[in-house]
Design a protein around this ligand. Structure first.
Ligand SMILES: [Zn+2]
Ligand SMILES: [Zn+2]
Length: 291
């Protein structure tokens, strides 16, 4: 399915969605095992058309954000990638034209200066490497790749690598090529790019704050996966490693985004991924802004 790249200009920064896949009709319980009818119903009065379907289904997107910012070309969270040996059947060995979408946006892989990962789940690191004659090699040979230290510790742990070894396929080759940059979870990366430590989903999860010259831009990562969570922030996502901490962090971030009237880019948000957050009915709501 071809989803066109969409671009927003926010202050002096340009943000483009580079979509890998968007899938409708996914049972919400697959991602949210404890979800109830009223969790989805709570957002019904403002939900983006198509983001929630009939019979407790949701639409879900996997995408990266391309930033053109202060002369830098930055890729945030480069998706699942092609041909990966992953445990998730719907992500394993896929062959999707994500790279074609990046090139359509006017970026060749060797022009990328910086790759930022909000965390190291397999759907956020995949395109960091690609297969060349049976070997996983870095896709962005001139980019520094940002990793949060304690996230790296978790991703490289024996336990994590027993489930599926995304570390060997998508992270180790970047380190071997000398392209890694290890930082703290709240690191100032320079050039108006700053990590906001937002742990819980994973131990070293960080969102990304961008100084655009006018408005504040925040890329959420997996603090939440779908906009209905603004109305139901207590619902845990199946991948949340520490659900209690993830809940607290979600509410704190939502309050901060609403207070600061930030432009927000939701990493897995379907249909309309960029918008603003405001307080609503004892929780929050999401309103997209057009590209
Ligand atoms: Zn994740
Ligand atoms: Zn994710």
């Amino acid at each position: 399915m071809a989803t066109p790249n969409e671009t927003w200009r926010i202050g002096d920064t340009e943000l483009t969605t580079i979509v890998e896949a968007e899938t409708a009709g996914i049972p919400a319980a697959l991602f949210y095992p404890d979800i109830a009818d009223d969790h989805l119903a709570a957002s019904a009065d403002w939900m983006v058309e198509g983001a929630v379907g009939d019979d407790m289904t949701i639409t879900f997107r996997v995408q990266a954000f391309l930033l053109r910012h202060r002369g830098l070309t930055v890729v945030v969270d480069p998706c699942v990638g092609n041909h990966k040996n992953l445990a998730m059947p719907f992500w394993a060995h896929q062959d999707l034209p994500w790279m074609e979408h990046l090139i359509e946006a006017g970026v060749a892989p060797d022009q990328v200066d910086l790759v930022i990962h909000t965390h190291l789940h397999e759907d956020h690191i995949g395109w960091d490497t690609h297969l060349v004659e049976g070997e996983w090699v870095p896709t962005f040979p001139n980019a520094r790749h940002v990793y949060v230290g304690n996230e790296l510790e978790w991703a490289s742990s024996e336990k994590r690598r027993q489930i599926h070894d995304a570390f060997s396929e998508s992270i180790a080759p970047v380190f071997d090529a000398g392209l890694s940059w290890e930082v703290d979870g709240d690191a100032d990366l320079g050039d108006g790019l700053r990590l906001l430590s937002t742990p819980g989903h994973t131990p070293g999860h960080s969102s990304l704050e961008v100084e655009t010259g006018s408005e504040r831009l925040v890329i959420t990562g997996d603090v939440l996966h779908h906009p209905f969570q603004f109305a139901a922030p207590d619902v845990a996502e199946v991948g949340d490693q520490d659900p209690d901490r993830a809940r607290t962090v979600r509410c704190d971030l939502f309050a901060d985004l609403a207070d600061s009237d930030a432009v927000v880019a939701g990493t897995h948000f379907p249909i309309a991924s960029v918008g603003r957050v405001e307080t609503h009915a004892g929780a929050w709501r999401w309103g997209p802004i057009s590209s």
